[in-house]
Design a protein around this ligand. Sequence first.
Ligand code: 6R9
Length: 635
Amino acid sequence: MNFNIASFEEYKLAYQKSVEQPEEFWAEIAENFTWRKKWDKVLDWDFKGPNIEWFKGAKLNITENCLDRHLADRGDQPAIIWEPNDPSEHHRILTYKQLHQKVCLFANVLKNNGVKKGDRVCIYMPMIPELAIAVLACARIGAIHSVVFGGFSAQSIADRIKDAQCEMVITADGGFRGTKDIPLKNVIDDALVQCPSVKTVIVLTRTRTPISMIKGRDKWWQDEINKVETLGLIDCEPEEMDAEDELFVLYTSGSTGKPKGVVHTTAGYMVYAAYTFQNVFQYQPKDVYFCTADIGWITGHSYIIYGPLAQGATTLMFEGVPTYPDAGRFWDIVDKFKVNVLYTAPTAIRSLMQSGLDYVKDKDLSSLKVLGSVGEPINEEAWHWYNDHIGKGKCPIVDTWWQTENGGILISPIANVTPTKPCYATLPLPGVQPVLVDENGKVIEGNGVSGNLCIKFPWPGMLRTTYGDHERCRQTYFSTYENMYFTGDGCLRDEDGYYRITGRVDDVINVSGHRIGTAEVENAINMFTDVVESAVVGYPHEIKGQGIYAYVILNKESEDEELTRKDIAMTVSRIIGAIARPDKIQFVKGLPKTRSGKIMRRILRKIAEGDMGSVGDTSTLLDPTVVDEIITGKL
Ligand code: 6R9
């Protein structure tokens, strides 16, 4: 079986083999990597535990696959091209040789500061090459990285550090995003007040904003590099990792409680990220590949760092935002570096679309060959705009559906192989066995049907556990339907067997492609002094896909409702981060509850959508009059 799928026929054969002989299929794919020792068994699994083991007994290091093995053939080829926030600052290029050297040096810094295999390291950095270097340096020595997105608050970081008991934090003084300087180190200082487990903080200079540096705890990145250089610690042998040793933790929101630390392990994740990167985007040697995600999310982990580097690709990293200095920035970057593959999110497309074609018209986009989309359902209008004005009708759009828990893309066209259809993620990749299930857990067969999307067989990139709480992993993903992984997404399968993801069916909202749990936002709102109770739902938002709508009961009449709304939004920013600020806050006297006290979110969703006609039967409510009160209050 070839690693590269080159035709629809080959796809069908590969798919068939992956279902009929999964172990043989993945063993052949895995032959394309560098192993210290090969596996004893390809797969052991049960979804009850769950217990999932891929490439059992194998030994490897993922950075040996992402770096060392490319040195002979493409050591001088760019591994990372970095474009700064400010277009007048010079870009940087790191060849595979240079990246390898820098990763080794920084890996020695980690060791020199006492970090060992299995230790957790929190990384809170701007989108600069040192972020990728820090991630890879952890993997080099077998430390488990936990990257936290730069938009999260001190409280959120503290929660994540405490949950994973991180011993070290790697950060920068600040980061540039558009017109803003983000004070990263200050946020870390606030977080660390609550985190005694952290012994060392390594601080890179980027914005050179004044920051505090605490003796004994805080160390400058460059000083630490100088130290290991002086000691002659230049090379760093990769730590030999077991296939199932933990590679990283990444926190993500679900429908209940605090964010969960999704755990990915070494071999399966590597094989899956690399295989899907190669095939979905049909990467060709020397192509320039640009994924606009932030490394703080799974897309950045799998498709800026691990997938592309495992395949010896040139991956472009962009520090800034799509609208700075103007809405033509992505197209300037495509033009400047002759980008061949562009992978971005519907929310970015919609926002650029709204800025008009003036920002596109004089840009040379002729290098583009493949366009990708990820993070949320793409609407028809955005799909066509992307296709017509960016791809000029000649670049396939790969609408890639997957989740943090999946490690890599599960349902997606393969560029130039799978016939596409607007807004459809199309067909499962080899190894992925999707099923649609009704509310009662019955599998829905046939085509032209819709239901809840589950996956009935393991794939190498899937999560293994949630950090420190395996039972929560079982509960969340494997208990809703027997012997299946439940995605939380609704999905339709059309007459051709093509899949279209319709959005979350649980209490998760997808704001600009970021997953936010309604319960999390409610907890944050409820921390505001005058709030008695709140209920949060998503509503359609033109740019963000979904916006956050909060119904809030106060313990006293607000004297200045506008100001109180701002106070509540600020409270949410402090507790979770600016990404979770409600877009709309409506003060209400009561919430629609069933006689057993459950909030009827369905009704609140309809009202937030402005669809008062479909509020439906309210007679079973404890107090049906609250619905009229809420509707009147909204109008
Ligand atoms: C990779 C990523 C996962 C949730 C997922 C779904 C939504 C992602 C999508 C999509 C429709 C696509 N989602 N890609 N919905 N079409 N192509 O985004 O991971 O942040 O964990 O979000 O995003 O609802 O369940 P994550």
